[in-house]
Design a protein around this ligand. Structure first.
Ligand SMILES: *Cc1c(COP(=O)(O)O)cnc(C)c1O
Length: 423
């Protein structure tokens, strides 16, 4: 029974589910459900191979915080020396709120506003990952007005197929992301001439939940071709940013371990004589995904017809990945029962047929039982909504034997606090 995603931090003792030194059922009683529970130890352990693979050279690991931007999660990674990859001014506010160092922040995203650029430049972010020529022009104007120079890396779209879900594939020519590979040299030449711009580096990010190392190596090769062309044209690039996107095991996926993947990319970089350059990397999901579970209680069992429905108190507003990406999430009882399993569609109470969490799952459950949805540390709470006027769940961070409530459950009053009636 050690096949739980997130093991060894997630494990069973006498049939009951524990995360680190805490029995998760106790948390559900104390804080109610649905409840997100994270393991700080699992986050540290997920970061360690990245740190180890990069230890021998100048580097910066920027946690891609859109995967899980809860303050205590950011605090955890800041304390471990990470910077952050942000995609909005709001995310920068969160970094500043936990005392994170803006000089370790890279700012990605295809639609940065002039206000966000101003805020980030004033805060002193490490680099803007620029995704279009228009953005470069606006950034130069903002910086010039502020009498500053904005450090810039161009996010190059290498046109490689990351072989993942189309919604989370970002490095193909037809995606909205990045500057086309064949335009990049000209854009660098222009950037080098622009007042207000200081060329700092180059980056790519080809997608998310990537389980195969080959597209990364292809992208590295394409990127190095460009680095060489850009530098022949007299523009210096001090860092190479390898993006994020490494997948995790939800069920039977076998992504390469982070240190193996990075080792292979560094080997390419060194072989082509670029070993002295600073390396940046932007992992998100792979640092937090398997550090979290979503606890939910079975409300209603509805047998018969074509299917059996196990209706739980978590829903697509808490965890949208199944509805949005057709994603498979592990679902396991918090206490094992000794009876024959039945086949269930595990669904939420929301008025949408898309409100499902798992289909055709073999489970032994009775009403009132507690289930854990595994691998729920990434793109789960961060994507939660209030659809159906459902307050967002509470979150708990476990550290050894200690359990810290890191976000209170929302109240209904807070949901409509910003609304007004018409006189
Ligand atoms: C989302 C994103 C990441 C992180 O992706 P993961 O799949 O969570 O590792 C990194 N960089 C950029 C630019 C992103 O948009």
């Amino acid at each position: 029974m050690s096949s739980l995603p997130g093991a060894p931090f997630l494990h069973r003792r006498a049939g009951e589910l524990w995360l680190e030194g805490v029995r998760v059922a106790d948390l559900a009683v104390r804080h109610g459900t649905p409840l997100y529970v994270y393991s700080r130890g699992a986050m540290r352990a997920a970061l360690e191979p990245y740190q180890r693979a990069l230890a021998a050279r100048k580097h910066l690991i920027c946690y891609a915080m859109k995967a899980n931007s809860t303050l205590a999660v950011l605090q955890t990674f800041a304390a471990l020396g990470c910077g952050f990859d942000i995609v909005s001014g709001g995310e920068l506010k969160r970094v500043l709120a936990v005392g994170g160092d803006p000089a370790r922040v890279v700012f990605s995203g295809v639609g940065k506003t002039a206000e966000e650029m101003h805020f980030a430049l004033a805060a002193g972010v490490r680099c803007f990952n620029v995704e279009s020529e228009s953005e470069l022009t606006t950034l130069a104007e903002v910086a010039t007005q502020m009498k500053r120079r904005a450090p810039v890396s161009l996010r190059v779209n290498p046109d490689v197929d990351a072989r993942t879900h189309p919604y989370i594939s970002t490095g193909l020519r037809g995606n909205k992301f990045g500057i086309a590979h064949d335009r990049a040299l000209a854009v660098y030449q222009r950037a080098a001439q622009l007042p207000g711009i200081e060329v700092a580096g180059i980056d790519f990010h080809i997608g998310s939940q990537i389980t195969d190392g080959a597209p990364y190596l292809e992208a590295v090769d394409r990127l190095l071709d460009l680095v060489e062309a850009v530098e022949r044209a007299g523009v210096t690039l001090s860092h190479i940013d390898l993006g994020g996107g490494l997948g995790i095991t939800y069920t039977d996926e076998t992504p390469p371990p982070a240190d193996v993947l990075i080792g292979a990319m560094l080997e390419r970089i060194d072989a082509r004589g670029h070993g002295a350059r600073e390396i940046l990397i932007e992992p998100g999901r792979s640092l937090v995904g398997n550090a979290g579970v979503l606890l939910t209680r079975v409300q209603v069992l509805k047998r018969g017809g074509e299917r059996n429905f196990c209706i739980v108190d978590a829903a697509m507003n808490d965890l949208v990945r199944p509805a949005m990406y057709n994603a498979w999430m592990g679902i396991t009882p918090c206490a094992l029962r000794d009876a024959e399993p039945e086949t269930w569609d595990v669904v939420g109470p929301i008025c949408e047929s898309g409100d499902w969490l798992g289909r055709q799952r073999s489970l032994t459950v009775v009403e009132g039982d507690l289930l854990a949805i595994t691998s729920a540390g990434a793109y789960a709470m961060a994507m939660a909504s209030n659809y159906n006027s459902r307050p967002r769940a509470a979150e708990v961070m476990i550290d050894g034997d200690a359990a810290h409530l890191i976000r209170r459950r929302e109240t209904m009053e807070s949901l409509y606090a910003g609304e007004t009636l018409i006189d």
